[in-house]
Design a binder for this molecule. Structure first.
Ligand SMILES: [Zn+2]
Length: 232
């Protein structure tokens, strides 16, 4: 995947490319949960009409990265503590079973793709870009759901993964993402071996581990103006 930052308004920005750029900015913690996403301001930043911005914000609201309230406009979603637990509990219910199904269906092309995801994640970490690593690790989970071939569940998982990124942005307490790297390697190996039972167990313990890495007392997040966050 190529990086889309859309820093120059002269680039031909579409609602999809703007949605992708905003999603990445949220994952990279450049825009904090709760930040207001003002249509006029975004239209100016990206050099497009408000209609294009509105379409981007709507697509982000479908995966619950953005909340749109009548008369109040759009803001980056800000999940509560209760919701943080619920999201991880839902993932712990869905994803181990999905990993099991994926192990039964996975092809060598799928394995190569998952390995590329892990390499990209490592590269992001080495480049001191943990936000991008977080974004890529989400895509890794979505990819396993896609391999499992259950479109309905994959849709739920995509929403939960997007929600998890916000939760991690708010409540993450672990400095290193090293465990994640090992967990993903072990998962890919189990899928390559078509060992469904092991893939299921590894996915469950990986999610329990992520859940336990949330700090439920403290919030962090820095405030940048939209312009500073999106044009840097
Ligand atoms: Zn993971």
């Amino acid at each position: 995947m190529t990086r889309t930052k859309l820093s120059a308004p002269s680039q031909a920005a579409t609602s999809d490319s703007i949605a992708q750029a905003l999603s990445l900015a949220i994952h990279e913690h450049r825009i904090s949960p709760g930040t207001k996403l003002v249509e006029d301001e975004l239209a100016e930043i990206y050099g497009v009409s408000r209609t294009v911005i509105r379409a981007s914000l709507h697509s982000l609201s479908h995966i619950q990265l953005v909340e749109i309230r009548r008369n109040k406009g759009a803001s980056v979603a800000s999940p509560s503590l209760v919701e943080a637990h619920e999201v991880f509990e839902a993932r712990e219910l869905l994803e181990p079973r999905t990993a099991h199904c994926a192990a039964e269906r996975t092809t060598s092309t799928d394995i190569a793709k998952l390995e590329r995801h892990i390499d990209d994640e490592h590269a992001a970490l080495e480049a001191a870009d943990p936000g991008r690593a977080l974004y890529l690790s989400g895509l890794f989970h979505n990819e396993i759901a896609r391999i499992a071939g259950q479109a309905t569940i994959a849709g739920f998982i995509e929403t939960l993964v997007a929600r998890s990124s916000l939760i991690i942005a708010l409540y993450w307490r672990r400095e290193s993402a090293l465990c994640e790297k090992h967990a993903h390697h072990a998962l890919v190996q189990a899928l390559a071996d078509k060992n469904g039972k092991l893939a299921e167990e590894l996915m469950r313990s990986h999610l329990v581990d992520l859940h336990s890495a949330l700090d439920l007392r403290e919030r962090n997040g820095r405030a940048l103006s939209l312009k500073d966050a999106l044009l840097q």
